[in-house]
Design a protein around this ligand. Structure first.
Ligand code: NAD
Ligand code: ZN
Length: 359
């Protein structure tokens, strides 16, 4: 839930648990920017409790490269060293790296303790912190090991976003654009009307309220798709729009040693997949042009040459969401009119990549 009173939310929650058994997992950046805010907000619970919480805070180094089995073991070692029991509660305070790995570590610790996600990046708010996917990267493969396990609660406190670097803000915003595109023309027009620069730099109260309303809708859209199909057998695949090509771009950029935030890759993926949607299903080109305009204004283009195409297509083929060797796409006939389990031949995919890399 989105709240402007994190004290109230956490106080109600903490009352249901043994105060001696509350733990925080965070990363080095959230420890700098968000832990002090959290402690300040909770200060009415008394100095001894705040001190206990500090002692019970485990900080992982920031960065996707730390979303590993080794970090999971370090979380478990910490919980053991602090005598955490089955009655313990883990608060995951951070971006998607922390909510994913913390959710996994909690789900296995003593056969499972509850965890609460307190996302501090826009991407974690709109994409990672709800939906029950937990896990870590293994042998360089993203989210290769994990569990479906629902957080006891997700508490969204937008003031944490104040310290977010611009590119992290834009990364999450791309997922909000995705939610609007799969949902309805109304959502799309509403999000297009936002002044992104002002929103990031110095939003007035009216803009903050409008953003908060769009954020709440964005969460509703994601929730709608994962609640009808929690284990991604069919309808949840709608949320993968932009991700088949987006993930391939993300992996290729990592291979080249030039990683880009997840949301940027998804935005580029959406452009290529809308191109395919246009060719196959007649998706209106004026809406594709609107997305290209956003890319040009805020995200920039991306440079790949046709020498990369074979590798990109191979990466698409290896996506764990595929079935039977076919590349699986979610395509749109129009805004709010998605089709899952579509495929495209290599020639059309190359054409879409040509289009994307020429913008
Ligand atoms: N479970 C899911 O359904 C799901 C969905 C999408 C993404 N993910 C996962 O989420 C991760 C990406 O999420 P992310 O973009 O949040 O990455 P992240 O957690 O690495 O955070 C990005 C950066 O922002 C920093 N940060 C966090 N909060 C901050 C704040 N308030 N102020 C300043 N800096 C802050 C982090 O330390 C990090 O450097 C990936 O591991 C991805 O696999 C999971
Ligand atoms: Zn995503």
């Amino acid at each position: 839930m989105v709240t402007d009173d994190i004290f109230l939310e956490l106080h109600t929650l903490i009352e249901r648990f043994d105060r001696e058994q509350i733990y925080i997992l965070t990363d080095s950046n959230a420890a700098t920017h968000c832990v002090p805010v959290l402690m300040e907000e909770l200060s009415d619970l008394g100095a001894p409790f705040i001190q206990k919480l500090r002692d019970h805070t485990f900080i992982l180094p920031a960065g996707e490269e730390h979303k590993t089995l080794d970090s999971v073991c370090r979380i478990w070692d910490f919980l053991i060293s602090q005598h955490a029991t089955r009655q313990a509660l883990l608060l995951n305070l951070g971006g998607g790296m922390i909510t994913d790995i913390g959710g996994f570590a909690a789900s296995c610790y003593q056969r499972g303790i509850p965890f609460v996600n307190i996302p501090t990046t826009l991407l974690a708010i709109v994409d990672a912190s709800e939906g029950a996917k937990t896990g870590f990267d293994y042998h360089g493969l993203k989210n290769q090991i994990g569990l479906f396990r629902e957080a006891l609660e997700t508490i969204v406190y937008p003031p944490f976003l104040k310290t977010l670097p611009r590119e992290q803000f834009l990364s999450g915003f791309a997922e909000m654009l995705k939610h609007a595109l799969i949902a309805s023309p109304l959502e799309w027009d509403r999000i297009l009307a936002l002044d992104i620069d002002r929103l990031y730099r110095h939003p007035d109260e009216r803009l903050k309220e409008e953003f908060s309303a769009i954020l709440t809708r964005s969460l509703d859209i994601k929730r709608y798709f994962y609640e009808i199909d929690p284990e991604e057998k069919d309808m949840r695949k709608t949320l993968n729009f932009g991700h088949t090509i987006g993930h391939a771009i993300e992996s290729r950029l990592i291979e080249r040693g030039e990683p880009q935030p997840h949301g940027y890759c998804v935005l580029w993926g959406m452009i290529a997949e809308l191109y395919i949607s246009h060719a196959q299903l007649g998706f209106p080109s004026q809406h594709l042009a609107q997305l290209v305009q956003i890319a040009k204004e805020y995200y920039g283009g991306i440079l790949f040459s046709c020498k990369d195409y074979d590798r990109l297509i191979a990466l698409m083929r290896h996506d764990k969401k595929n079935n039977g060797g076919q590349i699986n796409f979610t395509l749109l006939r129009n805004i709010g009119n998605p089709f899952i389990n579509r495929t495209a031949d290599d020639e059309l995919i190359r054409e879409a990549l040509d289009y994307l890399f020429s913008i």
